[in-house]
Design a protein around this ligand. Sequence first.
Ligand code: NIG
Length: 399
Amino acid sequence: MSTTLITNLSEAFTADAELRVVKDAAILIDGDKIAWIGPATEAPRAGKTIDAGHRAALPGWVDSHSHLVFAGDRSAEFVARMAGQDYAAGGIAVTTAATRAASDYDLTRLVMGRAAEALAGGTTYLETKTGYGLGVEEEARHARIASTVVDKVTFLGAHLVPAGMDAQEYTDLVCGEMLERVAPYVQFADVFCERGAFNEAQSRQVLTAARDAGLGLRVHGNQLGPGPGVQLAVEFGAASVDHVNYLDEADVTALAGSWKDWDAARRTGVPGTVATCLPACDLSTRQPLAPGRELLDAGVQIALASNCNPGTSYTSSMAFCVATAVLQMHLSIEEAIVAATYGGALALGVQEAVGSLEVGKRADIQLLNAPSVAHLAYRPGMNLTGPVFRAGVLAAGRL
Ligand code: NIG
């Protein structure tokens, strides 16, 4: 029998539509899938039994926004920011120079190391972006390397116009040769639609080209100030718009409306545009926190993601994002966990496969060294991640 029963769980938070908390629970894994979940006293027999030691269980995190393909260090920029300097998109160029200089071997090692850190923190499904190559060969190289390490790759050639290039000329390159070279390695394309990066017309051009190439879409929008990012994302049926710090009423209405527009959902295959909040980034750039509470209250689907990158958010700790969302953004612990699991899965279009503890889904399960999931916010900053199972296999931590 290839079944494993994880039993003696103090509780299992499913993060499914019913937000079930099963007390004194057990989970049966069959191969790489969840086969059963319920009270331990009713558990079926299994080939192997694991005693969870009265730990709590929840789905592995789904981190739907990160930028892990980079070399170099920008801690001096961070220190200057803490001393009062504003964050500006131009810092991306510093990382681009360092990343271009790194060999394939070094870059792969760096990405693998960061993915392993994320896994040890409970992240079992991981997206990452290109965007520090900013040239045809480099963007293709970064996409290829990323595709060997993470679950989903997003093409972000439209991250910054490289020095010495005309903005329109660069946008044309992104939408032409660069997109063509990168496409075999990626599932999504993204554009940094912001002052100092790409304007509305250029963003529209990037989204149109990516859509025509059959890629899913995402937008970096409304991060540093109000702008057209959110409206563009909804108009194009993007799977997500990320950052969402500066929203007006029309932005929130458009996002909420995207979840009720069945025609658009049928046309694009995307159920609605997820608003991805990145609280670690907001803290590190001293931007106002994304209005996660207001978005949820308005009926918008939100995700929480790490945005791990060297400029604005050098952490892959989803637990930190969840604690911040509870303590500072006024989400309940259940809402925050759902946003960091099922919400991320929705943003990546993989909600049928991962993102909650449900029969038939991949057995991506993290155990906490704590008796309840509330401890994630109750004990902020503590490393509570215990054993992490990915596709039914113990992938990090010790039993
Ligand atoms: O998501 N906003 C744009 N891109 C990254 C930051 C990149 C950098 O500064 O290196 C972000 O915050």
